[in-house]
Ligand binder design. Structure first.
Ligand code: NAP
Length: 286
């Protein structure tokens, strides 16, 4: 019973990986060696954890990972110099800039430097604008795209559904809302100033939480038979990883739910690899 309700990320990631491997083989036969550069400053544990995941996904797919580690106190000038050299390096097809950047490096400066064709995690405002205008030649940020991949893999209808997105950040909530609108959903976006968040959530066929609030979403937020996607990554009072959703409180009511861990988080690096292949094809006119 419980197993039937779980939308596990691994099946989605495996399916994406299978197709990426075929694409990478094709690219290699054409004489192209798909390469992802990861630009990291300092030693934040979150960055290192994501880097390990991205690294092993790349290797699984046959993509070459290239890691550039800069010192914690590296200057904006030095960072931009590195980024420009990756832009110009024809052996590099995609660039992942770990964020947030340290305070001496201004994101609003960097986002205009990264080559939009190599910007596979949507740092550039050009790629963000493409999401808004429903132009599929750009790249969405990997996490919102992972949510769409999960819904599609499990054949959960998006068109015409009432969907609430809890959270409006530039990296998750906002682009996710746009991707859903582009797929003809009716979308409401809630945030910390929203009144009646429980009621709005309760009216939703699909509820997606990306607030970063441990176990805040309980059964009062959920309509019976709803699909619940939990993007949050938090730690409870015992130090265990948990989502925004109070899993035990909602499990009886939901039709389907992504667990944390083993849900959305396990799909993001596959989306990154998929975007890398897309960039590689674009850069080589294939
Ligand atoms: P963020 O920048 O802190 O944004 C959080 C959003 O949630 C904001 O829009 C905020 O509203 C809203 N919010 C916070 N508390 C709220 C409340 N009590 N009621 C209503 N809205 C509230 O976080 P983020 O970077 O988008 O990340 C969100 C979560 O996703 C985090 O747990 C993060 O770790 C996780 N995440 C997961 C993945 C993955 O691969 N699974 C990837 C990235 C992030 P305001 O705008 O009004 O402040």
């Amino acid at each position: 019973m419980l197993d039937k309700k779980l939308l596990l990320g691994k099946a989605v990631a495996d399916s994406l990986t299978e197709n990426i491997i075929k694409d990478v083989e094709y690219l290699k036969n054409e004489g192209v060696n798909p390469t992802l550069a990861m630009l990291k400053v300092g030693n934040r544990e979150e960055d290192s954890a994501y880097q390990r995941g991205a690294n092993s996904r790349c290797i699984k797919c046959g993509i070459e990972p290239k890691i550039i580690e800069l010192e914690e106190d590296c200057s904006e000038e030095e960072y931009i110099k590195q980024l420009k050299s990756l832009n110009e390096d024809s052996s590099v097809h995609g660039i992942l800039c770990f964020r947030p950047l340290p305070k001496q490096i201004r994101e609003e400066v960097v986002e205009d430097v990264i080559d939009p064709i190599k910007d596979i995690d949507c740092f550039s405002p050009i790629n963000m604008a493409k999401i808004i205008s429903n132009d599929s030649t750009g790249y969405a940020p990997c996490t919102p795209k992972a949510v769409i991949e999960i819904l599609d893999y499990y054949n959960i209808n998006i068109e015409g559904e009432n969907i609430s997105v809890l959270g409006r950040s530039l990296v998750v909530g906002r682009p996710l809302a746009m991707l859903l609108i582009n797929r003809n959903a009716t979308v409401r976006v809630c945030h910390s100033k929203t009144r009646d968040i429980e009621k709005i959530s309760q009216d939703s066929d699909i509820l997606i939480s990306c607030m970063g609030r441990a176990k805040m979403v309980n059964e009062k937020f959920v309509k019976k038979g709803a699909v619940l996607i939990d993007v949050g990554i938090n730690f409870d009072e015992d130090g265990n990883m948990c989502g925004d959703v109070d899993f035990d409180s909602v499990i009886e009511k939901v039709d389907k739910i992504t667990p944390v861990p083993r849900g959305v988080g396990s799909v993001t690096t596959s989306v990154l690899a998929k975007h890398l292949v897309k960039a590689c094809k674009k850069l080589n006119n294939l």
